[in-house]
Write a protein that binds this ligand. Structure first.
Ligand code: NAD
Ligand code: DAU
Length: 355
């Protein structure tokens, strides 16, 4: 069996659902259920004996060690994190706590468990750390995409905390020989994406008749990957990745934010028509402080060495995503609780509208 952290969040829940659909292997899912964790994401596996949910914090080393000793997983897949850049700007403390101290506590518990395994189990054990392309900083328009050897230059409290966690994971391999793997992935999108992030926020606001906020000039570039492709990449790396190695994961799909928002409006114009176009709701607002201009991923190593490449194009993935949100408006309404509204007020109230 495997232990997943953060398996009630966006990518973690997609991973757990995909994992159980693809393999018969059991999962213990440790999640603190912060605002971003939602057991409704796992409703379709309710009652599945292969899934054990544990409500707890990765910072609680004693809890993690007891789970490891009780369930004896062959691998840990570490998703749990604070993940939203804007939240890290308005309140970095939880990012330091979960992303750095939490990863450290998890590594220490993993080391205590792993170091006394018998030789075969010890060699087969894997600690797979799920990280981000944001650790590499920002690119100019003509720079080559990030590779696994690009120098770290994180620019936000979020990316700095993820960079610190990547360094800790690397050090546990170098110093203790722990069989770790790190993946650095670009922007994901798809089902169960919390509507504080660009794509689900735009879909939800569009349908609610609210402004579609574009930070700055909207010409920032991101590389977008459909979430199930990320899950497949993680399964490939877990199966055949070389311990100590880093693998970049990306969609070969760079787009400006404005192009993404236009695409969403155009799909909604067809799938949920209203009077006029959803593009009319686009509103330019004050930029994100320290906003990274461009991310781009070279995922060539993962393709060459492990044979992974994305199955979805942006066109196919974004259509599926919009359809999912249209069919699951109750899920969106459910996560848009009082706490969500107070975040929206905090993040957007002080941004001036440019037009
Ligand atoms: P998310 O915010 O949707 O989910 C995070 C999950 O972690 C939630 O279920 C939350 O309850 C849980 N969690 C938070 N703190 C915890 C703690 N202290 N103990 C236990 N559980 C805790 O995040 P996501 O978008 O699914 O991202 C998952 C991972 O993938 C993160 O490590 C993130 O850095 C990384 N990543 C995300 C993207 C992306 O586009 N979303 C891209 C690349 C990498
Ligand atoms: O690159 C991988 C990263 O992608 C992950 O590590 C992060 O966890 C994930 O949140 C994501 O970070 P971004 O900051 O790129 O994602 P976000 O959806 O917050 O923003 C995408 C782009 O859209 C970014 O340039 C900011 C912009 N934006 C975002 C919001 C929420 C807007 O223009 N308006 C908005 O209201």
């Amino acid at each position: 069996m495997i232990l997943v952290t953060g398996g009630a969040g966006f990518i973690g829940s997609n991973f757990v659902l995909d994992w159980l659909a693809q393999s018969g292997e059991a999962v213990v899912n440790l999640d603190k259920l912060t605002y971003a964790g939602n057991l409704n994401n796992l409703a379709t596996i309710d009652g599945d004996a292969r899934h054990t949910f544990v409500h707890g914090d990765i910072c609680d080393g004693a809890l993690v060690l007891s789970l490891l000793q009780q369930h004896r997983p062959r691998a840990i897949i570490h998703f749990a994190a604070e993940s939203h850049v804007d939240r890290s700007i308005l309140g970095p403390g939880e990012f330091i706590n979960t992303n750095i101290n939490g990863t450290f506590a998890l590594l220490e518990a993993a080391r205590a468990y792993w170091s006394v395994l018998e030789a075969g189990e010890k060699a087969a054990f894997r600690f797979l750390h799920v990280s981000t392309d944001e650790v590499y900083g920002t690119l100019g328009p003509n720079d080559p995409p990030f590779t696994e050897t690009t120098t770290y230059a994180p620019n936000s409290p979020y990316s700095a905390s993820k960079a610190a966690s990547d360094h800790l994971v690397r050090a546990y391999h170098h110093t203790y020989g722990m069989p770790v793997l790190t993946t650095n992935c670009s922007n994901n999108y798809g089902p169960y994406h919390f509507p504080e992030k660009l794509i689900p926020l735009i879909i939800a606001n569009a349908l609610a008749g609210k402004p579609l906020p574009i930070y700055g000039d909207g010409m920032q570039v991101r590389d977008w990957l459909y979430v199930s492709d990320h899950c497949a990449a993680i399964r490939r790396v877990l199966a055949d990745g070389v311990p100590g190695q880093v693998y970049n994961v990306g969609g070969w799909n760079e787009m400006t934010n404005l192009d993404v928002v236009h695409t969403l409006c155009d799909i909604l114009d067809r799938q949920a028509p209203k009077q006029g176009s959803y593009r009319d709701q686009i509103t330019y607002v004050t930029d994100r402080p320290g906003h990274d201009r461009r991310y781009a991923i070279d995922a060539g190593k993962l393709e060459r060495e492990l044979g992974w490449k994305p199955a979805e194009t942006f066109e196919s993935g974004i259509r599926k995503t919009v359809q999912w949100y249209l069919a699951n408006q109750a899920w969106v309404a459910n996560v848009q609780s009082g706490a969500y509204m107070s975040w929206v007020n905090k993040n957007y109230a002080n941004r001036e509208t440019a037009q």
